[in-house]
Design a protein around this ligand. Structure first.
Ligand code: NAP
Length: 596
């Protein structure tokens, strides 16, 4: 199937198995009550499941539901599938998970046929991979693009969601699966004059699809997070002048990327079972296993020898193969950070500049550690300039560039690498109303509360395979995504098999989980950091420093899986279900009301 065969928002959408149906259909065998006439009378397009988001999670979720023959569709605001890898096209965008641990694990055939070209694959290749998956399993037919979901309202009398899209349609669904992505609500800085700039400017998330020529241009980039750290060395090669506007520096470790030969790929394929088994037992869902020797039990010389070795190895080893005290013990972290600062001093020629690039407000690894290729070396180039905006703040964007407290920087291009309203931001952008008309935005105003990051009290039948407080956010994303999607699918199957039409986490179960998530932060140094792990974003009201939002599960994937499996085995304790009988009557009543 070709790229163009998904559907634009508002296009033909009642499609199953390649055929367009003129009446609503429902194909779940032994499913709960369903009266297609109700929807036909109301004029709404109904599906058993609506998935919002056609990224890594949405693709796998529709695959699972399509295999079950469920009437489900995927809506995505993007022009095509891919989520994060569809949007983030900035120069240098690539995995910093090992490619072969990032790919889906569910199909042996897929694992056997896909050749990852690099240990840390680049955005175009990643998007190609996701398209290959969708085409291989014929999933595009269920997807509608350029289709922004603006609102989702739960109708208690019907036990259904009414979903409103940007083209004015109202769809209904028994279940809504939020596959929104963790970092899909980009934020612009709150700086005056952004609209005034007469050159080209864009947030890295909205990097244009057409190539952006930077040759001969004066480029300014605001931000020094993981995104900027990938983009800066690549843009520095191209631009005439590159000026980096840094508010807080970030620690960053070498990616040490390498090409994957046929032989290496054959070896990876032979080891896939072992690789995924390792990912399943490590806290971060990677092959990197923490060093379980106590930090203080080995000599300083041994520690430093280990760090030197890890610094030269590919990927997150320097972060995740390290001693666990790095994450919990201030003194251990301080020693490691001091060692790390010396690596920056070695790599940056100008000592004064090197000091500006060394973080002082947080230790290594307590924020998400960016991985880089020649990031620090970029500052040795004559065409790269650092503006420390903590010393000389940005005052405004002008017609011709960026004005700081000490003067104007004239620019042709401004790149905003200013991050995201992480995890809950994409939920907040949709008007989600649960029982009693309460909005999710209001419920989560001071921080999310969830049941395993999968369900929310007061929002029945809204399921989140990668929600806040699930393990997805704190693990190698696709490893967490597969756990989340499989759990969601099992829950729906359980409900269909038992004739349930409504599932809702109890208030008490949600409170207990949220408390557990909060407690998990208490032991971690990351609780003090200003990063998206704590919901920090200076550009969003209420998300400033000091307002910790408990967004991710920091207990590690194995613990999360153990807990959610126990809950499931015990009969979904903490979730209340409602059978289909009363709902059928409600459906009929609602249909009659609408028809009348
Ligand atoms: P980020 O880490 O939140 O960084 C945003 C940057 O913009 C920070 O340096 C921030 O400075 C700066 N900034 C924001 N508002 C500003 C303002 N008003 N004035 C001046 N500076 C401002 O965002 P990101 O770099 O996009 O990365 C977010 C996450 O995306 C990463 O942590 C990672 O999980 C993910 N990511 C993954 C990959 C990958 O897998 N390969 C690549 C890129 C990103 P302050 O620090 O002072 O706030």
């Amino acid at each position: 199937m070709g790229w163009e065969e998904g559907f634009r928002c508002g296009g033909a959408s009642r499609v199953r198995n390649g055929q367009t149906h003129s009446a609503p259909i429902f194909e779940v065998v032994d499913g709960p009550d369903q009266d297609p006439m109700v929807d036909a009378m109301a004029g709404n397009e109904h599906h058993e499941v609506i998935i919002i988001g056609a990224g890594v999670a949405g693709i796998y979720q529709i695959k699972r539901l399509a295999d079950l023959g469920v009437d489900a569709i995927v809506l995505d605001s993007g022009g095509d599938l891919g989520g994060t890898w569809y949007w983030n096209r900035y120069p240098g965008a690539r995995f910093d998970s090992e490619s072969y641990t990032y790919g889906y694990s569910f199909s042996k055939e897929l694992l056997d046929e896909w050749h990852w070209k690099e240990a840390f694959s680049s955005q175009p290749e990643n998007l190609k991979y996701l398209n290959h998956v969708a085409d291989k399993f014929d999933l595009r037919r269920y997807m509608q693009f350029d289709c922004r979901v603006e609102a989702a309202h739960f109708h208690e009398d019907e036990n259904r969601w009414h979903v409103f899209t940007s083209d004015g349609r109202e769809l209904t669904a028994r279940f809504v699966v939020m596959a929104l992505g963790l970092l899909s609500a980009p934020t612009m800085p709150r700086i005056e004059g952004v609209e005034d700039f007469e050159g080209e400017s864009f947030h890295t998330f909205h990097w244009p699809h057409e190539p952006v020529a930077l040759e001969g241009k004066r480029v300014g980039i605001i931000g020094t997070g993981a995104t900027a750290i990938q983009a800066i060395p690549v843009m520095a090669e191209e631009a005439a002048e590159l000026t980096v506007f840094q508010r807080r520096p970030n620690w960053a470790a070498p990616l040490n990327n390498y090409a994957i030969s046929d032989e290496t790929m054959a070896d990876i394929r032979a080891r896939y079972d072992e690789i995924f088994a390792t990912c399943a037992r490590t806290p971060g869902g990677f092959e990197h296993e923490p060093d379980r020797r106590g930090f203080w039990e080995v000599t300083r010389a041994e520690r430093e020898a280990m760090w030197t070795r890890l610094y030269a190895e590919p990927g997150f080893g320097i972060w995740l193969r390290n001693f666990t005290e790095i994450f919990t013990d201030e003194k251990a972290n301080a020693e490691f950070s001091a060692w790390f600062a010396n690596r920056i001093r070695e790599r940056v020629h100008d000592p004064e500049l090197a000091e500006k690039l060394i973080p002082r407000d947080h230790g290594v690894g307590v924020q998400r550690l960016p991985l880089e290729t020649n990031y620090f070396e970029a500052y040795n180039r004559g065409n790269v300039h650092l503006v420390d905006v903590s010393e000389t703040p940005i005052e405004r964007i002008t017609r011709t560039g960026i004005r700081t407290s000490v003067g104007d920087h004239h620019l042709d291009v401004i790149v905003y690498a200013t991050g995201f309203d992480a995890i809950t931001g994409s939920f907040d952008r949709i008007d989600i109303r649960g029982t009693g008309g309460r909005t999710l935005r209001e419920k989560w105003r001071d921080g999310p509360s969830t049941f395993f990051g999968m369900l929310v009290h007061g929002f029945p039948n809204l399921v989140m395979p990668t929600g806040p407080q699930s393990c997805s956010a704190s693990t190698n994303f696709p490893r967490g995504i597969e756990i989340g999607v499989d759990w969601v699918t099992d829950l729906l199957e359980f409900m269909w098999a038992n004739g349930h039409v409504r599932a809702e986490a109890t208030r008490e179960a949600e409170r207990e989980w949220t408390e557990h998530v909060t407690q998990m932060y208490a032991a971690m140094l990351l609780r003090k950091a200003r990063s998206w792990f704590t919901g920090y974003n200076s550009n969003v009201d209420g998300h400033e420093a000091g307002n910790v939002r408990y967004l991710v599960y920091t207990g590690g994937t194995p613990k999360f899986v153990k807990k959610i499996s126990e809950m499931t085995r015990n009969g979904y304790t903490g979730i209340t279900f409602e059978s289909g009988l009363s709902s059928a009557a409600a459906d009929a009543a609602a249909g009659a009301r609408r028809a009348g």
